[in-house]
Design a protein around this ligand. Structure first.
Ligand SMILES: [Zn+2]
Length: 277
């Protein structure tokens, strides 16, 4: 028994150290929960500031299959918050870098890297291959596409968004709880996004929101606790305030409402000036 095993083995000194033993000890998870995690497949769109903690924690927890969609290459200014990466990685595709990093963390996880931008043409094939979708992107155009596609293809969706010291996260159970379009029927203009971006972002903001999101994905798969379906969690990191706001599906929503008018993913117009969150 090595030193770390002795430190972690609790009252049962005969326990053999294993990768997941500390979470297996949790009564909410146990062997049955670990098996569910191993069977799960999760598609994470965006491998930036939010995607970093989400992917790291999901891989560490032993999720069976992780898909990573990101069409960007790593730049120096990503590194204050995108903790998956190293300085030596600059200029390389983030989806491939993320896959390699996650496999060093946990070689038991199957990782599929898609170094491409999500668009209406590839959305169905990508979403259809996974049980759960995570929106870790940084722009409204892609966020509408992800939310619409999750509803249209009937996939549970976990959304995170961050800016400066502020963040939010909520979960969409298609046609049961509010989708992104229920919450924000009209997209803010790109000018507004640029203004938000000019305010900058501290790396801890996506670190916190991404960690909460990953925790909710794990609880959803295992089947315990609350996972923010029908609730919006808002974080004000400046004043250390968290607020939980109930949200309802809009019956007039053009995607998940009673009489939908959007029946297939719409073309996106992503601002080329945008960078990872
Ligand atoms: Zn909706």
């Amino acid at each position: 028994m090595n030193k770390s095993t002795q430190a972690c083995s609790g009252p049962h000194e005969t326990v053999v150290e294993s990768r997941y033993e500390r979470q297996l000890w949790m009564k909410q998870l146990g062997a049955a929960g670990q098996h569910k995690l191993a069977q799960a497949s999760i598609l994470v769109v965006g491998a930036g500031g939010l995607g970093s903690p989400i992917l790291l924690y999901l891989a560490a927890a032993g999720v069976g299959t992780l898909g990573i969609v990101d069409g960007d290459t790593l730049s120096l200014s990503n590194l204050n918050r995108q903790t998956l990466y190293s300085t030596k990685d600059i200029g390389q595709p983030k989806a491939l870098l993320a896959r390699d990093r996650l496999l060093t963390l946990n070689p038991e996880v199957r990782i599929e890297a898609y170094p491409a931008r999500l668009d209406p043409d590839n959305a169905y094939a990508l979403f259809n291959a996974y049980d759960v979708i995570v929106d870790a992107t940084d722009n409204y155009a892609t966020r509408y596409l992800i939310s619409d596609a999750a509803v249209l293809f009937d996939k549970p969706l976990f959304i995170g968004a961050v800016s400066s010291l502020y963040g939010m996260t909520f979960t969409v159970i298609p046609r049961k709880t509010a989708c992104f379009r229920c919450l924000y029927p009209k997209a803010p203009t790109f000018t507004m996004e640029r203004t938000e971006r000019a305010r900058g972002i501290l790396g801890t903001t996506p670190g916190i929101i991404g960690s909460i999101l990953a925790q909710n994905v794990i609880k959803y798969i295992v089947g315990y606790g609350d996972w923010l379906a029908g609730k919006l969690l808002l974080m004000d990191g400046e004043d250390n305030r968290f607020e939980l706001v109930p949200i309802e599906r809009d019956q007039a929503c053009p995607v998940c409402g009673d009489h939908p008018t959007i029946t297939e993913p719409l073309p996106t117009h992503v601002d080329p000036q945008q960078n990872g969150c």
